[in-house]
Structure formats: C-alpha cells, structure tokens
Design a protein around this ligand. Structure first.
Ligand SMILES: Cc1cc2nc3c(=O)[nH]c(=O)nc-3n(C[C@H](O)[C@H](O)[C@H](O)COP(=O)(O)OP(=O)(O)OC[C@H]3O[C@@H](n4cnc5c(N)ncnc54)[C@H](O)[C@@H]3O)c2cc1C
Length: 388
C-alpha cells in the first residue's frame, strides 16, 4: 500500500490546478451570475489541454489513464466550481461511460470520441416524477418497432436537460416488472418527439441547467440501444464510477473552501490580531482538514481498488456518503469562518455550501447509500417495499 501519488499523477494534478486556478475563477463567477453553462468553446479548450476523457481509452479519443487520474483533475476543477468542473465530470464518469462499456461499436465510435473532444455533451435521464430513490419504478417506455425504438414518458431533474446534445435515457423495455424490464437508449436532442420543460430554479448548481424531458412517440434508430431490458445491473455497475465522481465533486467543494479559508483567517484581523490566532478557529480548521483527508482517501481507495474495472458498490457508496456529508459540514464551517463575507454572494463560499447540498441528493440520496452499505455488510439487499 502506497499513499503517495506517482510523479506523473502529481504532474497531472499540478497542471489541472494551474489551469483551473489561473483561468476559471472569473468564468465561474460569471456563470454563477448568469446561470449559463460553460460555452462549447471553453469545453473545447478543456479538451485541447487533455482534461476531458482522462480515463477513456486512447482508441476512443481519451487519454487512456486511470480513474484516479480522472478524479485528480476533477477535484482541481471542482474546487473552482461545480459548473466549470461539470464537463470534466460528464466526460470521465458520466453517462458516456455506459456508452463506452456497453453500446454497440457504431454508437460507441460516434459518441465517445466527440465527448472527449468537447464537441458533444451527453446527459443522463434516469429520475422521473414518481421514481427517484425508487428508480426501478420508472415508467418511461421504449418499444422496439421494426428498426426503430419509440419512447414515451417523462424524465425529471436531468442535469443538462435542454442544454446537452444527447441523453442516455433509462427506460422500460419489456413488460417484466422492476429492474428486469429496464434498459437504456441514446437519444439526440433534436429527435422529433423530445421536448423539454422550463429550466429548474435550484438552490445551487447554477450553470448546470436542469429540466424535465418529455418523450412523445420519440423514435430513434435501433442502433441507439445501449443496453436492452435486463441491463439495469450493468448500468448500475457503471454508475459506481459516477458515484466516485459525485463524491469528488462534493470533496472539491470542501477542499476548495478550506484552501480559501486558510488564506482568509490569516489575513482577517479582529481584536488586533489575525483570527487564526484564536484557538477555536484553529480547531475548526483542523476538523475540516481531517474530514477532507478522510474523504479523499476513501475516494482514492475506491478508484485504486477498481484498477482492473469499475469500483465496487460498497467502496463507491462509502466514499460518496462520507464525502457528501462532510462537504455540507466543512463548507458550513467555511461560511462561518468568513463571517459576513462567507454569506455574501460576491464570494464563492456560500455557493459551495449550496452546491454541496445538491451532491448529497444527486446520484442517489445519502441515506440510500447507507442502505447500500448495510446491504453489503450483511450480504443481501433489503427489500424497501415489503415488510422485512
Ligand atoms: C442537483 C441534482 C442533480 C440531479 N441530476 C440528475 C440527473 O442528471 N439525472 C437524473 O436522472 N436525476 C438527477 N437528479 C435526481 C436525483 O437522482 C434524485 O433527486 C434522487 O435520486 C432522489 O430522488 P427524489 O428527489 O425523488 O427523492 P425521494 O426518492 O422522494 O427521496 C426523498 C428522501 O426520502 C428518503 N428516502 C427515500 N427512500 C428511502 C429509503 N428507501 N430509505 C431511506 N430513506 C429514503 C431520503 O432521505 C431521500 O433523500 C438530480 C438531483 C439533484 C438534486
């Protein structure tokens, strides 16, 4: 067991940090004010620096590095803001991974390299009005009719909804109940029969537009099938990596907050001295650092244990759950330590607190992760519906 990053990993992390800190803070502030996501030009610039598709094979346009390398880059971007980091998230751990792993060759080659080059944004549409935590209750139907798949139904809370160029849509593809009937289909934005609801006004996640998706006899070619009915388990395995990305985004809110606040408490003077001289402030900083280090180690463990494939459900759930919880706590402390400046929208601190809250709901609520963890402990899934 070696807790040190390799020279190459350290160099990649430093390059991501230098670019993110040098280029992105004013853009993040503008995104926060306008609510508009990063432009295609900026995303293409990320690609030209090699920050997209870090862990996607070179043959598909990525850098061909590991999950840990991707998460190192993601944390550095996420420290600046969730919105500027979101294209990195999508290209390294997002729904494109399900396409990369499971889609037929033609679809894979059409989509994955264009995500890595920044030309294409692909979002994930799983949740529905009546299927959130109980995802296997989803009712959006995808029916194979000859050479076409026809979708009908409504999706909710899709990050990128209305903005992304295409969607990985989880849908019911057979009459089998629950998970057994679920598969996934790739649907380009311009497909007839797909329309979008109004942009949601969320507590945070400014610059990550979110909306409903409406499918009304929306037909795509049969080659757009990513997995047929019965593929839900495989989709969820790919989702274990997304969980590590979600955990890293949460971690980045906390670690970015601590970096800023460590500077602030040494500059801000009260009672004639820098506030870092007060022991209560020192203890708070130490508690923040302990939580951040622990979250980072859990995430890195999940990524390293998955060297040969995807992280395990247990590792990724433990990492997500812990990072989600400490991010809310640490960013809350950071707001407090900056006093009125922490609460002001002129500074990035209160935004980190709002975004942290979202990461603990997106990708499966914290308590659902805990149910997964308990299930792994006792070696069986708990039936959330019937009596146990
Ligand atoms: C910022 C953000 C981004 C999102 N992005 C996407 C996206 O890109 N694509 C997408 O498909 N979805 C997305 N979602 C939706 C997200 O996946 C769901 O909100 C989440 O799974 C919870 O579902 P729900 O909102 O319906 O809450 P519910 O399922 O109604 O749950 C509400 C609360 O009830 C409790 N609860 C429910 N069931 C249980 C249980 N069995 N055991 C213990 N507690 C339970 C939990 O505390 C939970 O937080 C996003 C959500 C947010 C907030």
């Amino acid at each position: 067991m070696d807790f040190k990053l390799t020279e190459n990993q350290t160099a990649l992390q430093a390059a991501a940090r230098e670019y993110a800190q040098g280029r992105l803070p004013p853009i993040a502030q503008e995104i926060e004010e306008t609510g508009e996501p990063p432009s295609h030009a900026l995303i293409a610039e990320f690609a030209s620096h090699g920050f997209l598709g870090v862990n996607i094979p070179e043959s598909l346009g990525g850098l061909g590095l590991g999950n840990l390398e991707a998460l190192l880059v993601l944390e550095e971007f996420g420290k600046v803001s969730s919105a500027v980091a979101f294209p990195v998230f999508e290209s390294c751990v997002g729904p494109v991974r399900a396409i990369e792993r499971f889609a037929p060759g033609d679809l894979k080659s059409r989509v994955v390299s264009r995500v890595c080059s920044g030309e294409l944004i692909v979002a994930i549409a799983m949740s529905e009005p009546a299927a959130g935590s109980a995802l296997t209750d989803l009712t959006t139907r995808a029916e194979v009719r000859g050479e076409q798949i026809v979708l009908n139904g409504t999706k909710r809370w899709c990050s990128g909804g209305g903005h992304a160029d295409a969607y990985v849509v989880y849908c019911r593809m057979s009459d089998e109940p629950g998970a057994k009937g679920i598969g996934a289909v790739y649907v380009p934005k311009e497909t007839a029969g797909l329309s979008f609801g109004k942009r949601e006004a969320l507590m945070g996640f400014r610059g990550i537009p979110s909306s409903d998706l409406y499918f009304d006899n929306c037909a795509v070619p049969i080659g757009n099938m990513i997995v047929p009915a019965g593929g839900f388990k495989r989709l969820m395995e790919a989702f274990d990596l997304e969980r590590c990305g979600n955990a890293t985004m949460a971690l980045a809110q906390a670690s970015g907050a601590l970096e800023d606040v460590v500077r602030y408490v040494q500059e801000r003077r009260q009672f004639g001295k820098p506030i870092v001289e007060f022991q209560a402030v020192q203890i708070r900083l130490a508690e923040m650092q302990i939580r951040i280090e622990a979250a980072r180690l859990l995430i890195w463990r999940a990524a390293c244990n998955a060297e040969a494939g995807l992280p395990s459900l247990l590792d990724s759930s433990v990492a997500k759950c812990y990072a989600n919880e400490i991010a809310r706590e640490v960013t809350g402390h950071a707001v407090q330590l900056m006093g009125g400046y922490g609460y002001s929208r002129e500074y990035p601190m209160e935004r980190r607190l709002r975004d942290s809250w979202g990461w603990g709901i997106a990708g499966g609520a914290i308590d659902i992760q805990k149910v997964n963890i308990a299930a792994a402990l006792v070696g069986r899934r708990f039936d959330q519906r019937g009596r146990s």
